[in-house]
Design a protein around this ligand. Structure first.
Ligand SMILES: Nc1nc(=O)c2c([nH]1)NC[C@@H]1CN(c3ccc(C(=O)N[C@@H](CCC(=O)O)C(=O)O)cc3)CN21
Ligand SMILES: CC(C)C(=O)C(=O)O
Ligand SMILES: [Mg+2]
Length: 273
């Protein structure tokens, strides 16, 4: 007996199969309305811990908590029908032990309904990723520039400019590629190395500041929309200037209120009969 096929979200397994095919299209989303707008055009939506900087004005992503990621993961899930939804594990929620990582990853899956989690780390996190994936938690890796390591790295700096850094990134890509992760984000590295890593690892690479050689691309939506203007990494392309448009709309509104031009008759309730 056959049942009607229900069109669901793209699965991590399907993303895994997109190596060497059409580029994988990914963006971040933190809220229901933005998720609704982006969903149809994306293969994967990431509830990134970048929300700490973009939505909450934090200096780094280090202060973002699991409760914040759960609240925004739930909001995004309400808006998505098509894309695979991945939620970032925040700093401190997975580094201590593979058991702690599993417990917190399960909280994200159970309390948000998302499809997978992402965590930052190379060789040193491969064992944790294997522990999670063999127990039913799909994991997206994240190597290269790892924002949660800002304090030990001494800032947000692209990597792979020296032989030592390149060798480390090759070991990281190899370890994460064979850890059970369904794909790996590569952030902030040079084109030649990104191309080499993409050829080297068996799972898709999703680049951010890692050239066009990756199997997919991701950007912070607020960056490409011109909504976040505190800083603009070199790898961001502005597809719109929504920040300027918001400022202009607020300006127009303020002028009209002060001139008593808004609200007009068409915005005003009149007593019926
Ligand atoms: N809005 C936003 N967009 C992001 O891409 C992002 C976040 N927030 N928060 C978490 C991390 C931090 N990221 C950053 C932040 C700054 C640079 C940056 O300023 N890079 C400089 C120097 C790079 C270098 O010298 O190696 C650049 O010019 O791109 C890069 C990535 C990426 N992630
Ligand atoms: C930029 C992406 C990869 C991310 O980790 C985030 O938005 O937090
Ligand atoms: Mg992140």
């Amino acid at each position: 007996m056959s049942v009607p096929a229900k069109q669901g979200r793209i699965t991590p397994k399907r993303i895994r199969s997109m190596k060497d095919g059409q580029p994988i299209v990914c963006l971040t989303a933190y809220t229901t309305p933005m998720a609704r707008l982006l969903d149809a055009h994306c293969d994967l939506l990431l509830v990134g811990d970048s929300l700490g900087m973009v939505l909450y004005g934090m200096e780094t992503t280090v202060s973002v908590t699991l409760d914040m990621m759960i609240a925004h993961g739930r909001a995004v899930m309400r808006g998505v029908k098509n894309a695979c939804v991945v939620v970032d594990m925040p700093f401190g929620s997975y580094q201590e032990s593979r058991e702690v990582a599993f417990r917190n990853a399960v909280r994200l899956l159970q309390e948000t309904g998302c499809d997978a989690v992402k965590l930052e780390g190379g060789e040193e996190m491969a064992e944790t990723i294997a522990f999670l994936t063999t127990r039913g938690v799909p994991v997206l890796g994240h190597i290269g520039l790892m924002p949660q390591q800002v304090h030990t790295a001494g800032g947000y700096r692209s990597v792979g400019h020296s032989d030592e850094e390149s060798a480390k990134l090759r070991r990281d890509a190899s370890a994460i590629g064979s850890s059970g992760a369904f794909a790996v984000v590569i952030e902030g590295t040079v084109e030649t190395l990104a191309r080499e890593l993409t050829a080297q690892v068996e799972v898709p690479t999703i680049g951010i500041g890692a050239s066009s050689a990756c199997d997919g691309q991701i950007l912070v939506s607020d960056d490409m929309l011109g909504l976040f203007n505190d800083f603009t990494p070199r790898f961001v392309k502005r597809y719109d200037e929504l920040g300027q448009r918001v400022r202009k709309a607020a300006e127009d509104y303020a002028r009209e209120v002060r001139a008593r031009q808004f609200p007009g008759p068409e915005h005003t309730f009149k007593r019926r009969s």
